[in-house]
Design a protein around this ligand. Structure first.
Ligand SMILES: Nc1nc2c(c(=O)[nH]1)N[C@H]1C(S)=C(S)[C@@H](COP(=O)(O)O)O[C@H]1N2
Ligand SMILES: [Mo]
Length: 200
């Protein structure tokens, strides 16, 4: 049996697309609640604090000297665009947490930004090779509008969890809603479960 394009109708849906998402292609929309900051790498820092044995603060040079790690895959924004087959380079959050050593009571993290943006995650969503602090996109320095010099990357959850201009992780024994979570977004944000808004 032969299928012509018209006969076959709509193109098969890319299995990498979670429900309700579309492929944005080469575009990369910018979604920012605050004004885009200009952060100098000379004063930039990233810290892990809260329920850890050893609070740690890295400078730009120090974090880039850590063993690197890459992500190759997809990202999904709650506003329904997905970007398929992208790559980022940075450091695994596992590497950072190994230095800080979370206490057994630490079950949650609040990611903070140099701009004041926050977003909350269960610790289990940033461990086990699922989260990065990244500074390169497709082999180039991450653009300022996309969170450069460095952002959090938690690609298995909706992209609002990937805090731009990330400044640190605060380990907590309780869940503390961040900026969008206080404004109606889902607490966890799994795109495959379409956890977009509170109640989803
Ligand atoms: N600091 C900060 N980080 C942020 C945001 C923001 O407004 N401020 N928006 C989030 C949302 S809703 C999305 S979809 C992504 C957008 O990242 P992009 O602008 O690089 O596409 O960043 C997330 N991280
Ligand atoms: Mo978003």
């Amino acid at each position: 049996m032969t299928f012509t394009r018209g006969f076959r109708g709509r193109r098969a849906r890319d299995p990498r697309l979670p429900p309700g998402q579309y492929d944005v292609g080469a575009d990369w929309p910018v979604l920012t609640a605050e004004a885009t900051p200009t952060l100098s790498t000379a004063t930039w820092s990233f810290n892990i604090e809260g329920l850890v044995e050893q609070p740690v603060k890295w400078t730009w040079d120090e974090i880039r000297a850590l063993p690197g790690s890459d992500y190759a895959g997809d990202i999904h924004c709650v506003t329904t665009w997905s970007k398929l087959g992208v790559s980022f380079h940075g450091v695994s959050v596992d590497t950072l947490l190994a230095a800080a050593r979370p206490m057994p009571s630490a079950g949650y993290v609040l990611a903070t930004s140099h701009t004041g943006y926050t977003t909350n995650l269960p610790l289990a969503d940033v461990t086990g090779g699922k989260a990065w602090v990244v500074w390169d996109f497709e082999g180039q320095p991450l653009g300022r509008e996309h969170g450069g010099p460095a952002r959090l990357l938690v690609p298995h959850l909706y992209f609002w969890k990937s805090a731009k201009w990330v400044s640190g992780l605060r380990l907590l024994d309780h869940d503390e809603p961040g900026f969008w979570e206080r404004n109606g977004y889902h607490d966890r944000g799994d795109p495959w479960l379409e956890q977009r808004y509170q109640g989803d």
